[in-house]
Unconditional design. Structure first.
Length: 447
């Protein structure tokens, strides 16, 4: 038999057909509603870097925005994932569902809950998937198969951090825990059973070789523009390449800038002082979250000769900076080209990793089905226990003298044994056809 699901990607509503045994994440529960996983948001597949960046919630507003966003979307649970190349919201959602309508609700709620700071790109550039497609997407993201470079060592930690934050805020619970736990298992298997992660392939790792060559050739300090998570990774990279190198952190906010400078043993300066600095920086790494470029061609000329490494999202360097004399410029476009070259060399390993993802999806489907099976098991045990007690009590009336506690033990053992056969059959029928049979069976048992 063939099942189908509708999903919304890049502005188009499409239909996917598949055998029933691969649609097990479409799990019905009592009352006619459906248990569903949903993902909405945007990423590098359909939107540009600036658009992905504009969709992200400011770090200091996340804790206040997520509970309100969960309520606005009508979701039971929510996890928010923001990285350099994706702004995605994972939902556990009950009730009639149209992913496109949820995406429109997110587009409306996001600016309102962030005071206009965050906004989605045009809906045709966004992503909206549900059920197995949503689960597969998360598994591929967590296993670094949907990254700029497959095998990215950072993404697993970022996904774990996103789930931990959602749990701490009380917006994620047991349903998304089951989904994310399986995603972490899939990522671990991909890491250990394939060669995708044997060599560093993260965004910073792609830049490491070029930055290392520059630091080996130039003796000046390194300027880091920004004080967020990417800037923190940048100073760690500098320390890894040259533990004694001087680091100057430039940032608009003093508190966060001074904290990062103290963490790396560097010094802090206000961002506006970068133009007047005469330190002769060996490298300038930009890693700030800013809607407008922070370095223009004029400032780039003042900083020359130097190595400009732009890790900002959106880009922190204005067009034309790389054309200034004495400037070596590396941005995410160049890194993406390098990543695509490496991607083709990993085709066989990616195919193996994709097979692991499909195996873990089946495991998730089976795990969630077992949750759906548990109320059926409870009702069957209760029904068998009542039948067993009645029959054994009738036997006792014939002259058998059995202590009450022994009778209870015998009834429990008998009911547990009796329930195994129908549960085995129900599990197989639900697996081969549809979990719908569990709801039908439970309704019949309760009559």
């Amino acid at each position: 038999m063939i099942a189908k699901t509708l999903h919304f990607r890049n502005g188009k509503l499409t239909e996917t057909r598949f055998p029933y045994d691969s649609s097990l994440l479409i799990l019905h529960v009592r009352g006619g509603t459906m248990r569903r996983y949903v993902i909405i948001g945007c990423n590098q597949t359909g939107a540009g870097p600036e658009e992905v960046g504009r969709a992200q919630i400011p770090a200091d507003a996340v804790a206040g925005a997520l509970p309100g966003l969960k309520a606005e979307l009508g979701a039971q649970e929510l996890v928010y994932l923001a990285t350099c190349h994706r702004t995605e919201f994972y939902l556990a959602y009950d009730g009639p569902l149209c992913p496109g309508r949820l995406l429109m609700a997110l587009s409306s709620a996001l600016p309102r809950l962030t005071g206009g700071t965050s906004s989605l790109p045009a809906l045709e550039k966004c992503l909206a998937e549900h059920e197995q497609n949503a689960s597969r997407h998360l598994f591929r993201v967590t296993a670094a198969l949907d990254s700029l470079m497959p095998g990215d060592n950072q993404i697993l930690g970022q996904v774990k951090g996103a789930f931990r934050l959602a749990s701490d805020l009380g917006v994620a619970g047991s349903r998304l825990s089951a989904l994310f736990t399986q995603a972490f298992r899939a990522a671990k298997r991909v890491r250990t059973e394939t060669g995708l992660s044997r060599h560093p392939v993260s965004l910073l790792s792609l830049a490491e070789r070029r930055l290392g060559r520059r630091l080996a050739a130039a003796a000046g300090p390194v300027a880091v523009v920004g004080a967020g998570s990417m800037a923190g990774l940048a100073v760690e990279l500098v320390r890894k390449l040259d533990p004694a190198r001087g680091i100057v952190v430039f940032n608009r906010g003093r508190d966060r800038g001074e904290a990062l400078a103290a963490r790396c043993g560097g010094t802090f300066r206000p961002l506006e002082s970068l133009r007047a600095s005469g330190d002769g920086f060996a490298a300038v790494i930009t890693a700030a979250s800013s809607p407008v470029p922070l370095i223009d061609p004029g400032l780039a000329a003042l900083l020359a000769p130097t190595f400009l490494l732009d890790l900002g999202m959106p880009p922190n360097l204005a067009p034309g900076c790389g054309r200034a004399d004495g400037i070596e410029h590396v941005d995410q476009v160049a890194l993406r080209l390098e990543a695509e070259t490496n991607r083709s060399a990993r085709h066989a390993e990616i195919a193996q990793a994709e097979a692991i993802i499909e195996e873990q999806l089946r495991e998730l489907a089976y795990e969630v089905m077992e949750v759906e099976l548990s109320p059926v098991a409870r009702h069957l045990v209760a029904a068998f226990r009542e039948l067993a007690r009645n029959e054994m009590t009738r036997m006792m009336d014939g002259g058998y003298d059995v202590p009450p506690e022994r009778l209870d033990e015998a009834v429990d053992r008998l009911s547990q044994r009796l329930v195994r056969v129908p549960l085995r059959g129900l599990r197989e029928v639900a697996w081969q056809h549809s979990p719908d049979v569990l709801s039908i069976f439970l309704a019949a048992v309760e009559k």
